[in-house]
Design a protein around this ligand. Sequence first.
Ligand code: OX2
Length: 831
Amino acid sequence: MSTTTSKKLNVKTGMDTESIKADILSHLRYSLATDIETANKKEFYKSVVLSVMDRLHDSWLNTQKEYREKKTKKIYYISMEFLIGRLLDNALVNLNLEQEFRDACKDLGYDYEEIRDIENDAALGNGGLGRLAACFLDSMATLGLAGFGYGIKYDYGIFKQKIHDGYQIERPDDWLRFGTPWATTRPSVMYPVRFYGRSVPYTDEDGHLRFKWENTQHVYALANDIPMPGFRNGVVNNLRLWKATSPKSLDLTSFNQGEYINAVRDIELHENISRVLYPNDKIFVGQELRLKQEYFLVSSTLQDILREYKQQHDDLRDLPKYVAIQCNDTHPNLAVPDLMRILMDEEGFDWETSWDITVKTLSYTNHTVLPEALEKWPVSMLRNLLPRHLQIIYEINKRFINKVHEHFGDDVNRVRRMSIISEGEQPSVQMANLGIVGTHKVNGVAALHTDLIKKTIFRDFFEMYPERFTNKTNGITPRRWLKQCNKPLADLITSEIGDSWITHLSDLRKLDDKVNDKKFMKKYSDIKQQNKERLAAYVKENYGFELNTKAIFDIQIKRIHEYKRQLMLAIYAAAQYNYIKANPDAPVVPRTIIFAGKAAPGYAMAKMFIKLINSISDKINNDPDMEGKLQCFFLDNYSVTLAEQLIPAADVSEQISTAGMEASGTGNMKFALNGAVTIGTLDGANVEIKEEVGDENIIIFGLTVEGVEELRRSGYSSWEYYNADKALKQVIDQIRDGFFEPDHPSLFHTITNSLLDGNDYFLVLADYPAYAEAQKEVDALYSKPDEWFKVALYNTARVGKFSSDRTISDYATDIWGCEDQLNKGREYQGS
Ligand code: OX2
């Protein structure tokens, strides 16, 4: 919309405040039919974004043109989730126009922050997996890679969480209610996505047996593009989100009333495919609509990739040379049979050639070892919905099983474990197995996690294809997670060591020398204090609750899940409460414990944790004896935007999962970068954070992966731990006996039962004593501010490895074969 209007309006798209003002005014009038006198904030926000878009369009078009002309290898990142959050700050940071837009807003009578806050988060993701995809887009553009995201434009992103009487309530996230000015609809880019029908054999002219997928029904996928600017390098890549639209257009005259209503309902059914993001994080719920969504994404994306490819290249056998496709978890793994189908059924290649192209083009990232998260689609569902694909999957499996026999001999158990199709009462397709067999690289997301998948869930496959497995430790973009969200710290760092860190995060090592620079350290610690006060002001304004900014800000923010053990921090909060009650005169280091996170709507235990945290918080916060000593608070509706406020204000980062269960974590990296001290287990990327920052600068406690295994093997009894630790026992008794919820004394029995009679699968009790000791270490360290801030600074200075720029460079080199593109001619020019 804005490109055409901008021409018509002769918008200057200059980079100075005056031309920005002119454009904003012009968009108000000519794009939105209002003016500066009558416009409301929403309209003003919209015209600000349209003015930003004007400044992106040329680079967007030029970038694509350059890729075409140079026949650049393209990287397609397919993901069911892109948790991109707000885009305005990010676009302005990357375009280097923050100040100009601020000034323009101010001159026109608006406060930039207020306008920025109008934007709804694009919350098209559940958590880490979706946020990782968003960081990757930023890094691909910044590194000058021709990297494109492909996803779904859900009408409803992750639900909004409200807390009512301590309980989580879900509300729809109608983020598109007023449209989004960031997305450009492309009516010329629309593909039919077929479902149902049957696979019909026939003999082609050369006498070969072939198959046609016939009698299908279809829905259209319509492209919506969101620009993804790199950091000050003129590159603008693209995130293409598909929206489902009905193939039917209504011819009103041909319907009687009943038919008309039915026809409209059919349209609804078609369009349901892109209606809502499934809110389950790491729990596979085999809904047919979800399978439809996955195929909808894969089919439209592959059609788009191949259409573009054919415009530039003649021979599909060169596909792996010019195209790499990364599947973000197993959700897009139908790409394996779909690419096979296209190459064989539509392009006429034989099996071997098609297989070679498919495997070399595709790769797959695993994000979890949790068995309940692994996708297993019932064969019956696939037979109905995608009969031709199922047939291809059977053939892939047959040939693969032959190979397994060749490799391992007649090992029936191994064959059963490795089969893509699991037999049994309800045979199903194991999407992870399909991903390993049908792609050339499989990666884990942290060193420990990759080792684990090789040893556990994918052990057989690793023995067969060791060269396929590779580690790519996750990362985060320093643009959003330092430059943008913690401007005071970013400015301080830049004034000391220059701004090369923004694209070369390891340059932060230069800060190591500053630990003895008193002036610098004062500024560094003052910034943390300011950030805490900023957060406190936000909480005061939105919740009427006053945070104690003199206390340690101890923060755990992430999805609520038993393995992440929010319960352990809640128990600690209650134990501190008991301690202060029993020892009113004992000195304590004041603490403010903050939680935020959503629970999957169907995950009863996680929802109960939220209620428990709120009940404990009420007890603590309403007891005058706790004043100045202890607070506990649950912030509702956790989001990227909320994380951007919380992380810079944290003193302590809680990363306390049961060892072996958190594949990587990425919040851990964001906290460390912003100078929070991690209290954590040796799990996921915590292990590598420890290696980078040094043992003295991280507080590690609890069982290791081996310790967990050993304890389970030798016969863990949670009762023993319960009986052995007085403070722990007291809290569990209180939870069980209604101390925190006197009106419903048995409310938390599901929790205490799972801890005691259920034998505490996540080993909260086993790790609790070590955790309580580790929290004492936190207190002791915090009591010596000079020491504390040294540790904090070492965290900021030494986590350069966890830039997603590094992660993406590793993918480019080891998986995508496009290392030659990295930073080519696109080095950061400086601000
Ligand atoms: C998450 C993992 O739980 C987390 O450890 C990791 O950092 C993140 O993915 C990005 O790799 N869904 N979300 C995840 O895994 C799955 C499945």
